[in-house]
Design a protein around this ligand. Structure first.
Ligand code: C5P
Length: 202
């Protein structure tokens, strides 16, 4: 069984997907990590994340150690991830790996294009969202609540716009996805709603 959990940045999809996986005894894959690690490798090589050849080479050379790095979060990593993720060759390089993971284990995968591209026939598709202000507030709190909140909001809105506007695998709800808006839901309430959707499809 594959469960697709897509949505914009900081909507709570990671927390939700991890909880669903634990509850259902499925594996969990944070697909954003693949793009983050690819972006980080490009930055390390002093290339531009928008450089298609450098980004494809970085994606093809990914190792498990790259995914375990401690420097995959933060504004610079966010921007690099979104830049490499807009490139078709990078997405193609990471596609089979994601599919193999889901098919081998049965899994909950979270990302932007899981329900539309990676597993268009996933048993359950959720699109998790929240207002930009609420998502920025959560991201700002995660970062310690001391930085510039407006800057966090602006970066988040810019990244969502880039992820939604790209030509390949843009972020969008699959036609058959169930929308879960977490603006006014805490993690427990979001989980309860998601679990009800899953149980209706078992
Ligand atoms: O989910 P997360 O914020 O970690 O993802 C980082 C970036 O990776 C996103 O902004 C997006 O550009 C890209 N991404 C993607 N497709 C996915 C998962 C992430 O394009 N399935």
């Amino acid at each position: 069984m594959v469960i697709a959990v897509d949505g914009p940045a900081a909507a709570g999809k990671g927390t939700l997907a991890r909880r669903l996986a634990a509850h259902l005894g499925l594996a969990y894959l944070d697909t954003g990590l693949l793009y983050r690690a690819t972006g980080r490798r490009v930055l390390d090589s002093a290339a531009d994340p928008a450089d298609a050849a450098a980004a494809e080479a970085a994606a093809r050379g990914l190792t498990p150690a790259d995914l375990a790095r401690g420097d995959l979060r933060g504004p610079e990593a966010d921007r690099a991830a979104s830049a490499v993720a807009a490139q078709p060759a990078v997405r193609a390089a990471l596609l089979d790996w994601q599919r193999d993971f889901g098919r081998t284990h049965g899994a909950v995968l979270d990302g932007r294009d899981i329900g539309t591209v990676v597993f268009p026939d996933a048993r359950v598709k959720l699109f998790v969202t929240a207002s930009a202000e609420e998502r920025a507030r959560r991201r700002w709190l995660e970062q310690g609540g001391t930085g510039d909140r407006e800057a966090v909001l602006a970066a988040l809105v810019a990244r969502d716009a880039q992820d939604a506007a790209r030509a390949v695998a843009p972020m969008k709800p699959a036609e058959d996805a169930t929308l879960i808006d977490t603006t006014e839901l805490d993690a427990d309430a979001a989980f309860a709603r998601a679990l009800a959707v899953v149980e209706a499809r078992l």
